[in-house]
Design a protein around this ligand. Structure first.
Ligand code: SF4
Ligand code: SF4
Length: 120
């Protein structure tokens, strides 16, 4: 199993277009070294550098540096935790948006276990 296999096991959250609420709440998302390399390569390939946020940050000190008014600047390579958010009992969406099928507590635990195993 690799990272992409793991990502494919996570349900999709039907986020309303333009919603970036969670991206403004939890700061820099955690990532494994492999995810960090993917993000850096993506930023390089797309010539993205410097300050990404293009909206007022005064309402939150915890805004992810990759969020813009147009959404996530690194969406194709966003890390596991961003994908898991909203899909699992311990990562409920603060806007109460849910996937068709939520992960069970056991599935959440299993995915986190696999993620940590892959990240080693
Ligand atoms: S997970 Fe929830 S808060 Fe985050 S973008 Fe989707 S709907 Fe918005
Ligand atoms: S990496 Fe993207 S999806 Fe994750 S918190 Fe930042 S802007 Fe949101």
């Amino acid at each position: 199993m690799n990272l992409d296999d793991l990502y494919n096991m996570i349900p999709s959250v039907p986020c309303p277009p333009g919603c970036i609420t969670c991206c403004k709440k939890f700061g820099i998302p955690s990532r494994t070294p492999e995810e960090d390399l993917r993000i850096k390569a993506f930023l390089r390939e797309h010539g993205i550098s410097g300050k990404l946020n293009d909206f007022e940050l005064s309402d939150s000190d915890n805004t992810c540096p990759y969020v813009t008014t147009r959404g996530c600047a690194i969406y194709p390579v966003r890390p596991f935790i961003c994908r898991l958010y909203g899909t699992a009992p311990n990562y409920l969406c603060i806007e109460n948006v849910r996937p068709i099928t939520m992960l069970s507590p056991e599935e959440e635990e299993e995915l986190l276990f696999l993620y940590r195993s892959i990240g080693k």
